[in-house]
Write a protein that binds this ligand. Structure first.
Ligand code: NAD
Length: 256
């Protein structure tokens, strides 16, 4: 039970981040949602979670591409007991055609943001003698695919950061781990299906099985609820001695 704990989830107005925030709220945590926009529907997402699970929920705008805004997010939230670094973007191109500004932006949002949020959140966790840091890496934090140089580099980087922070916080009631999802059915992935159906001239089921989930032996997507459930587990007493490691939720991808 996470009652009385405050969780901040970066990049959580859609997809995996929103799923994690919902599962943390279901477990009783107060949650802070975040993205770089400041729309009515962003704040409505938070009020809906608050109402559904009877917890305090709010939305704070902060651009994870900007280090000062990363640190301001933690400060504005009043610190946190649980920090989930989830914000992430992707760009696919061969390395010699990879735009430098895309490389910089992916490293900033997918990796450097976690450096800033962790640095800002740790003093408060140390004061309380309890903290959970969960970084959302990827199967691409452990293996590579062509044309994803920036993403694979950032996701491997977050695994290294996870281990380092675990060593710096060992024995202090604080753990730091990374979750490595395979393909998760989020709105982002869902939106690619129609195009892939056209490109490969396949029906929905075939394109999911034979194209998208080719490297996922279960041939099933992971769900945002499963990533959220894994996060809740890492915040539970059973996980007190789990730190500095990765948990794959990838249907067997990295066992291949
Ligand atoms: P998504 O696009 O649905 O979610 C990304 C979230 O990050 C959104 O809420 C978006 O608003 C936010 N975001 C983007 N740029 C931001 C910025 N500059 N500042 C603040 N927030 C920002 O995608 P998703 O699939 O839910 O991905 C979430 C995380 O999970 C990412 O780190 C991604 O790399 C990782 N992941 C996804 C999959 C998958 O198959 N979907 C697999 C492995 C890892």
């Amino acid at each position: 039970n996470l009652k009385g704990k405050r969780a901040i989830v970066t990049g959580s107005n859609s997809g995996i981040g929103l799923g994690i925030a919902r599962e943390l709220a279901r477990a009783g945590a107060d949650v802070v949602l975040n993205s770089f926009t400041d729309r009515e529907e962003d704040h409505a997402l938070a009020s809906d979670i608050g109402r559904e699970f009877g917890v305090n929920a709010r939305y704070i705008k902060a651009d994870m591409a900007n280090g000062e805004e990363c640190r301001a997010l933690i400060e504005q939230a009043g610190g946190c007991d649980i920090l989930v670094n989830n914000a992430g973007i992707q760009h696919v191109a061969p390395i010699e055609e990879f735009p430098t500004e895309k490389w910089d932006r992916i490293i900033a949002i997918n990796l450097t943001s976690a450096f800033h949020t962790i640095a800002a959140a740790l003093p408060g966790m140390r004061e309380k003698g309890w903290g959970r840091i969960v970084n959302i890496s990827s199967a691409h934090g452990l293996t590579a695919s062509p044309f994803k140089s920036a993403y694979v580099s950032a996701k491997h980087g977050i695994v290294g950061l996870t281990k380092t922070v675990a060593l710096e916080t060992a024995g202090q009631g604080i753990t730091c781990n990374a979750i490595c999802p395979g393909y998760v059915l989020t709105p982002l992935v869902e939106s690619q299906i129609p195009n892939q159906m056209k490109v490969h001239n396949m029906d929905r089921e075939t394109v999911i099985r034979e194209v998208m989930l080719l490297r996922q032996p279960s041939r099933q997507f992971a769900t945002v609820e499963e990533i959220g459930g894994t996060t809740v587990f890492l915040c539970s007493p059973a996980a007190n001695q789990i730190t500095g490691t990765t948990i794959s939720v990838d249907g067997g991808w990295t066992a291949l």
